[in-house]
Structure formats: structure tokens, C-alpha cells
Design a protein around this ligand. Structure first.
Ligand code: GAR
Length: 203
């Protein structure tokens, strides 16, 4: 199976679901380590699952480029085929992107290019869109700008608040992320500028 390092900053519910998926029969990827940038519940999911973990906090480094190098080294030590950012709330640095570019998969709780950044769900609610959703994409040098691998819509209900809407989006994200990681682990990605394609099965 493909070796995956997952980066997270928060509750880690996407990490938890990817751990569960990766343990199902025949899943083509295995999580070899979990990295975080702060003390967070995601660390407990790694511990519960017996998966190696590391923490590389920005504030423990003199500047962003030192943090970037430290995070790159910590991830590289696990020799991953793929890196998944699942609720990782920091922008990855240039050293990291040079090392793992084209092999980093991010999940974002909106239909990109709408509502990039760290506040996608409240931004979508504030705008008043009737449909938002989940995007899984390759990470490039911008903020949520990389080639899109998969998207799925989620309707916004009149009575939604940030919590209810985000939770319904996460239900979709968990499934979509596991599907995309499996597909990329098996068949790779062909990316031509903006467009990224997972080749279909050659059966
Ligand atoms: C997910 O909705 C993920 O898409 C989002 O954080 C949440 C993490 O949930 N990521 C971003 O907003 C990145 N800009 P979790 O901590 O329960 O896995």
C-alpha cells in the first residue's frame, strides 16, 4: 500500500475516518504517521490507532522558513508516497512544496474556487449561497488554488448555522477524501496546469 502522512490541526475527525478507511480490507493506502502544528485532539486519534506522530509548532521556531524546513524533515523521515492535509490550518512553505509538490492532497469545506481560506463555512453562510460543498484538490503554492481532484455539493438549509452546515459538509468530506486517496494511491494523478485527472481503471 501507498504510505501516507496526514497533517492535521484540529479535532481530527477526517483523520479518524481516514484511519478507519485505511484499515478496511484491500484499501490501497496506509497511514504511516500523523503530524500536527499544535496540541490538538488529532494527536489522540493517532495515539489510539497506534500510529506514529510528531508535532512541529510554528512558535517553537525562529521564523516560518525554519518551521517549513523542520516540518519537511519530520514528514520526509516517514518517506511518504502521499501527504494529506486534513484540517491542517497552516499554509505549507516552499521547501515543503518543493519536496512533496504534486503528492499533497487537501480537503476544503467549500466548492473551490469559492470561499478559499480558513473560514470557508462562515464565509459561505454570510454570502448566502444555497449550495456549498466539499473539494479535494492537489496543493500548490497558493491558498486552496491547486488542481481539483473531486467535488461534491452540499445544500445550505435555511436553518443552518456554522456548526450544522460544517458537520453536513464533513460527512461528505470524509467519504470523498477516502475515495480520492484510494484512487490516487492506486492510479496516480495526471496534472496539466489547472486540470488534474485520476486515470480510470485499466481493467
Ligand atoms: C474540515 O472541514 C477541513 O476541510 C477543514 O477543517 C475541517 C477539519 O475537520 N479545513 C480547512 O478549513 C482548511 N482551510 P476535523 O478537524 O474534524 O478533521
Amino acid at each position: 500500500p501507498a504510505k501516507v502522512v496526514v497533517l492535521a490541526s484540529g479535532t481530527g475527525s477526517l483523520l479518524r475516518s481516514l484511519i478507519d478507511a485505511s484499515r478496511s480490507d484491500g484499501y490501497p493506502a496506509r497511514i504511516v504517521a500523523v503530524g500536527v502544528d499544535r496540541v490538538c485532539p488529532a494527536e489522540e486519534h493517532a495515539d489510539d490507532a497506534g500510529i506514529a506522530r510528531f508535532r512541529v509548532a510554528l512558535r517553537e521556531h525562529p521564523d516560518r522558513s525554519a518551521w517549513d524546513r523542520a516540518l519537511t524533515d519530520a514528514v520526509a523521515a516517514h518517506e511518504p508516497d502521499l501527504v494529506v492535509t486534513a484540517g491542517f490550518m497552516k499554509i505549507l512553505g516552499t521547501v515543503f512544496l518543493d519536496r512533496f509538490g504534486g503528492r499533497i492532497i487537501n480537503t476544503h469545506p467549500a466548492l473551490l474556487p469559492s470561499f478559499p481560506g480558513a473560514h470557508a463555512v462562515p464565509d459561505a453562510l454570510a454570502y448566502g449561497v444555497k449550495v456549498t460543498g466539499s473539494t479535494v484538490h492537489l496543493v500548490d503554492g497558493g491558498v486552496d488554488t491547486g488542481p481539483i481532484l473531486a467535488q461534491e455539493p452540499v445544500p445550505v438549509l435555511d436553518e443552518d448555522d456554522e456548526t450544522t452546515l460544517h458537520e453536513r459538509i464533513k460527512v461528505v468530506e470524509r467519504r470523498l477524501l477516502a475515495e480520492v486517496v484510494a484512487a490516487v494511491a492506486t492510479r496516480g494523478v495526471v496534472s496539466d496546469g489547472r486540470k488534474a485527472v485520476i486515470p480510470s481503471d485499466r481493467t
